[in-house]
Design a protein around this ligand. Sequence first.
Ligand code: GLN
Length: 547
Amino acid sequence: MTKHIFVTGGVVSSLGKGLTSASIGMLLESRGLTVRMQKLDPYINVDPGTMGPYQHGEVYVLDDGSETDLDLGHYERFTHSPLTRDSNLTTGRIYQSVIEKERRGDYLGKTVQVIPHITNEIKDCIKRLATDDVDVVITEIGGTVGDIESLPFLEAIRQFAIDVGKENCVYVHLTLVPYLKAAKELKTKPTQHSVGQLREIGIQPDFIICRSEHPISSDDIDKIALFCNVPSKCVVEELDADFSIYEVPMSLVEHKLDKMIVEKLGLTQAKEPELTKWRELLHRLRHPETEVTIALVGKYAKHKDAYKSVYEALDHAGVANSAQVRVLRIQSEDVEREETRALLEKVNGILIPGGFGDRGVEGKIDAVRIAREHNIPFFGICLGMQCAVIEYARNVLGLKDANSSEFCKETQNPVICLIEEQRKVVDYGATTRRGSQPTCLTVGTRAASAYGTLDIAERHRHRYEFNYDYRDRFIDGGLVIAGSSPDGTLVEVVEIDEHPWFVGVQFHPEFKSKPTHPHPLFKAFIAAAVRNRRGNIAKEQINVADE
Ligand code: GLN
């Protein structure tokens, strides 16, 4: 019998429910259990693919091409749960499916209603994951308890325990215990109210995880326990992980959350947690031997979640190189400013991530030029690679007006242009070239040496591509085509030979990096940044000696 864990959130959004859910998943896996993860998002968009990064942060892409919430990135980085289109459902998707069924006549003339039709649809989605080989399904409910749009989801998970038996379900509620500076006190009332709201709906949480900036006193824990109708040991403090998000599972283990969940669900097959690798990871994170500074030049650089997976992948690569990676987030428009340019010339690596739309593109192209001319390790991802191609066309091949037709329709030299199959597309939702696609790497390239193999598959999400008509001109001009689609028509990787490390990729390697398995390209990029730093130090020493 598959067991279920439901994770809800209260008081405020952005509490890190995804991280907590992923951490619980990771801890259960460390006990030898098979876990499946999913997220139900109450908003009406069919998927987050058309939402800007300011809304919910990065759009995370799965192997099957689904565009999902960034929490699924945490699930993949922390657990082995396979994720597909069915792992992230929204109100929009649920209604779309119910309406299709209604049109087909599946409801046999009945009035179609939120209860039971929408709630049944939600329950079916949860049940779909509970196959015989799965020990635990963890379902995270997006949004905050008290939101109107959350109600059908909460009602569905309430009914769920009646359907499968209360002993097979655990409800975890994550709340905030804020610190009031003026009163110099932590406040438990918001938690009491939020749990009160859940109980009104008919859900009694089994565990209350309290996010807090400061340690919560045992008096406050007892107070929360009393008002929220749970034993004190089931009120678990989760302090802000100032140092690294990879500490979260450890703090939950300290509070024995995993042990209590296993006991409550009667998972007698669970072993003791095996966390040696994770502890090693944290040790390496805490004790770097060196430090590098990477500039990330992007349109949403100031938004902390817009390039979430890129930041994570950089950290993973740092661990692999025993280096702490400091990221300098640079808004692409700022590259026009003299002082920003001067700053860029000093960093140990420049990374340009993916993006859409023309705002800030000229700044990114300029950042590529700085990396190329100053021999600074460069990593271009998707739009970052396209900017590298444009820069090379303009400043090396002399095609002054070279551009992408995404940004300038009239250019005489569209070195980046719309992919053939994209020309007829009108809808914006789920119509890019997406998901895992094979790439054949070229022998002797940096990419081939990083991967240690020639056949790779990486996740894509783009509409534009390297214009094949210019391929020979680029090759004659010294740009290396380091990877292509198996039929050779799409250029997927470009490199520059006479440069310490200059690689642009049309795909998104960041989605496949894990803390315990850093992505080979990120690893090689950071290794190059470490060499750059050593070189710079050597240069500085020479200068000092010269004087
Ligand atoms: N805007 C570019 C394209 O559509 C790049 C997309 C991306 O970086 N994900 O091809």
